[in-house]
Each structure stands twice: as structure tokens, then as C-alpha cells.
Ligand binder design. Structure first.
Ligand code: GLU
Length: 465
């Protein structure tokens, strides 16, 4: 396992290498975060390489979406994006060099042949020249007993030679394969540490074999455990949300998602919430757990709610506008900035996501379109009289501040010999349509006298009907 002092910061270079065949997946995001934290911890470079050599499945819209998800998360690359496809002629040139040196060779592989590790024999007379479509190029894997590497997370991993047969480095149409180009690109980019998902472990001995053939030393490898769904299977499209943009749309804050994903399988004492600086300072790839982590959506919501509580109201308004509902503030035009900020402050301790925050506040702005009475199925018969009284108390206030409202309502409760709760419930239902709401005095103050009285009038009409 890696110890801090073994990593010389000055020579660390890591990369995140997504394939643009879909939106950024939550598991890939975790790899990106671990790479980024590792680079920042060592005050060194984090690069992004778009692995777009699969021409049919790679789409520009996915590159754009991945880059925008990384930007949203604040994981910008330290250098311009590198596109694997830009290096295709170099990849092909190395294939030719290996053929020329005898380190690679043409091998028969019928078009419908899909188990690349088992090489079938060519029918009599078939040659690469006579039948190019049915031939691929394989690497002559060095004849050693085994391939081994010290994984920075999992420890020593060994593959017997039989597990690493001569593998395909270029397909019959000449396009080089993933295991080939990834090594050439990591070499060209001087990558020192390859941090990626455990689904790539079986590729690693092939890549090490290629480093050996090329006479180069392999980088360090760290394979991150996968994220499993709560049902115990690999997170798939069937699970609630696998792509990062879904979390953004639901109103998860980027730093909360980062905090949650880092903490999933990595810990520092029993601390749950970390600032980015703390994560950079404390994160050590060798401390990442070896076993797969289970995605716990409820915990993510809890982490998110913690970040929402800690943010300022102005920050939350900006985030709702940017990530969840552009034009939101405009839709609440009767409220000025101060008004809206006070209302956000009332709700931010009661929600788990920005979407919930936005919905609760928009509902409050709209006013009730139906009345829900909580446990009681309908209003108490005493409510009409109570609401009529409260209307006149609030109507009589010259200043409509939280303090003035609180004083007046408490005085009314004292005078009637009732508890505050008894007057709170009808007010909540009248103003919000439900029996649960933030502090009633603050809410009435935020809504203002005109809106409050208007809603009380509508409720009185409803109670009379
Ligand atoms: N393009 C690969 C993927 O998206 C990453 C390969 C690597 O990190 O070596 O899984």
C-alpha cells in the first residue's frame, strides 16, 4: 500500500479518461474526483482525456455533457482537453513499428469471432493479404511466468501468463484497440498514476505486457471499488439516477455530491462533512477501502441537507436559478431580494434538495389551491370564528414585523386562554394550505400584510361554504 512519502509530488500526473458514449456516470465521477483530489493533494496536474476512438458510439453531445458535469463539479483539467482520436496516426504508426520489429503479428479472426483471447487457426490458404477483413493484429505478449503489480488500493495483484494471451491491438479495419491506445496515450502524457474503476483490473496485465514490449516502465495503478446499488448489483440505468446531470436537476449541490462520493469507501475518523480543502489535505488513495461501496441515496440527501443548511439564502437562490429552475426569481416577482432571502432562510432547514426548496417556496408564493388538514379530515367547527378574530388582529397592526405579529398573536392567545398551537394551525392552513410550515410569525411577516389578509379572507370564505 502506498505511503505518503513514497509519492514524489513534483512528478505526479494523473488523468481522467471518460469515453463519450453516454453522460457522466456517477461511478466515473468518483474516479474523476479521486484523480483530482490526488493531483491537488500532491500539488500537481490533473488531465482529462476524451477516449473517443469508438467512432460509432462516441458523440459530441456526450463530450459536451461530460465536460459540463466536470465543470459543475469544479473538476477542471489543468491543461486543454486531450482527444484520443487526434492521436490516431501515432497509434497506427506504433502498430506498424511493432509489426516490423516482430513484437506484433497478423492473426486470423473471423468477423463474427468475439472471444479475442482465443486465437482460431486460419483455414488453408487464408492470409492477411488475401483476406484482410478476417485478420487482426495481436501483440506478442512477453514469455514470462506472470504479470504482477502493486495496486495502491488493493495491494499486490498477480496474473499468470496463461491469463494474458497475445491480445488484439488492432482490428481488421486497422483501428487500434483500447488496451493498446490507453498505454500509448498514458506514455505520451507522462501519466504517473492510473486511478480508475475496478472493472479495469483485468485490462491491467495486458497493459503492463505492452509497457514491457515498448521497453517503458508502467505507471502506478489504483483500482477503485465499484459503486453498487442498494440491491447489491452494479449501478445501472435501472437505478434511480446514474448520470451526474440527474443529481444536478434534482437539486443536489455539487460539493455535497463530492463529499458524499469521497466518503463512500474512504474515511477520516468518523468525520462525515469535509470542506474541499480538508479533503485535499486528508485524502490518501491508499486509504480507500477495498470493497465495493453501496450507494445510499438517503445518506446523500442527508449530506445535501447539511450543505443546504450551511449555505446563505443568496447562494441558494443563485443555485436554484442556475441548476434547477432558470427564471425562478422572475416567477416570484412580487417578492424583492430581501423578501425572498427571508423566505429561503425559513425553508432551508426543512428540505433535502434545491428542488424541494424551490417547490415549497413556489407553492407558498402561489398560495393554497386546496386545504389539507393533516390528521383531522377537515377544519374544526371553531375555526371560522378563530380565523375571523385573527384576521382582525392582523388587520389592526400598524407595523407588520415579525416581532409585532408575534406580540399581537401571543396577546390574543392569552386573552382567549388558548395555546399558541390552537391559533397556529388555522393560520398555517389558511396561508399554505397545509398544517406543516416554517415558524408562523416569520412566515406571516415574509408574506406581508396584504397577502396574509387576502389568504385569510379566502380561507374564511371556504370555511363558510
Ligand atoms: N475510457 C475508459 C472508461 O471510460 C477509462 C480507461 C482508463 O481509465 O484507463 O472506462
Amino acid at each position: 500500500m502506498m505511503k505518503e512519502q513514497q509519492v514524489k509530488s513534483s512528478c505526479v500526473r494523473v488523468r481522467f479518461a471518460p469515453s463519450p458514449t453516454g453522460h457522466l456516470h456517477i461511478g466515473s465521477l468518483r474516479s474523476a474526483i479521486f484523480n483530482w483530489l490526488f493531483a491537488r493533494h500532491h500539488d500537481s496536474s490533473f488531465l482529462v482525456r476524451i477516449e473517443d476512438t469508438d467512432k460509432e458510439r462516441s458523440l459530441q453531445k456526450y463530450t459536451d455533457s461530460i465536460v459540463s458535469s466536470l465543470d459543475w463539479m469544479g473538476l477542471q483539467a489543468d491543461q486543454p482537453l486531450i482527444f484520443q482520436s487526434d492521436r490516431e496516426s501515432e497509434h497506427r504508426a506504433v502498430v506498424q513499428e511493432l509489426l516490423a520489429s516482430g513484437d506484433a503479428y497478423y492473426a486470423y479472426a473471423p468477423i463474427d469471432f468475439d472471444d479475442e483471447d482465443k486465437a482460431p487457426t486460419a483455414p488453408d490458404g487464408s492470409t492477411h493479404e488475401s483476406d484482410p477483413e478476417n485478420w487482426v493484429i495481436r501483440l506478442k505478449v512477453p514469455n514470462v511466468d506472470y504479470f504482477t503489480f502493486d495496486d495502491l488500493i488493493l495491494g499486490k495483484i498477480t496474473f499468470e501468463k496463461e491469463q494474458v494471451p497475445d491480445f488484439v491491438i488492432a482490428r481488421s479495419d486497422g483501428t487500434p484497440t483500447y488496451n493498446f491506445v490507453v498505454v500509448l496515450d498514458d506514455l505520451a502524457m507522462n501519466i504517473t498514476h492510473v486511478i480508475r474503476g475496478q472493472d479495469h483490473i483485468s485490462n491491467t496485465p495486458k497493459q503492463i505486457a505492452l509497457y514491457q514490449v515498448l521497453g517503458k516502465s508502467a505507471p502506478h495503478f489504483a483500482h477503485i471499488p465499484l459503486i453498487m446499488s442498494e440491491s447489491g448489483s452494479k449501478m445501472s440505468k435501472r437505478d434511480s439516477a446514474v448520470s451526474v446531470i440527474e443529481y444536478k436537476k434534482q437539486g443536489i449541490l455539487a460539493p455535497a455530491l463530492c463529499n458524499y462520493l469521497v466518503r463512500l469507501g474512504w474515511s477520516h475518523k468518523d468525520q462525515e462533512i469535509f470542506t474541499t480543502d480538508q479533503m485535499i489535505q486528508l485524502f490518501d488513495i491508499g486509504d480507500v477501502g477495498k470493497t465495493n461501496a453501496v450507494f445510499d441515496y438517503k445518506k446523500l440527501l442527508w449530506v445535501n441537507s447539511t450543505y443546504i443548511k450551511a449555505a446563505t439564502a443568496a447562494e441558494l437562490i443563485e443555485l436554484v436559478e442556475r441548476d434547477v429552475a432558470p427564471g425562478w426569481q422572475e416567477s416570484l416577482k412580487d417578492w424583492n431580494d430581501d423578501n425572498l432571502e427571508s423566505i429561503v432562510a425559513l425553508y432551508q432547514g426543512r428540505v433535502n434538495t434545491l428542488l424541494e426548496l424551490k417547490k415549497s417556496i413556489s407553492d407558498l408564493y402561489q398560495g393554497p389551491d386546496a386545504y389539507h388538514f393533516g390528521d383531522a379530515s377537515e377544519a374544526d367547527s371553531s375555526w371560522l370564528e378563530r380565523v375571523t378574530d385573527l384576521e382582525s388582529v392582523l388587520n389592526g397592526l400598524a407595523t407588520f414585523s415579525k416581532e409585532a405579529i408575534s406580540e399581537a398573536l401571543k396577546a390574543y392567545a392569552r386573552q382567549k386562554g388558548v395555546k399558541l398551537g390552537v391559533i397556529g394551525q388555522p393560520l398555517r392552513v389558511a396561508l399554505t394550505g397545509s398544517t406543516s410550515s416554517p415558524g408562523i410569525f416569520s412566515m406571516i411577516a415574509c408574506l406581508g400584510q396584504t397577502v396574509t389578509l387576502d389568504r385569510l379572507h379566502r380561507f374564511m370564505k371556504y370555511l363558510r361554504s
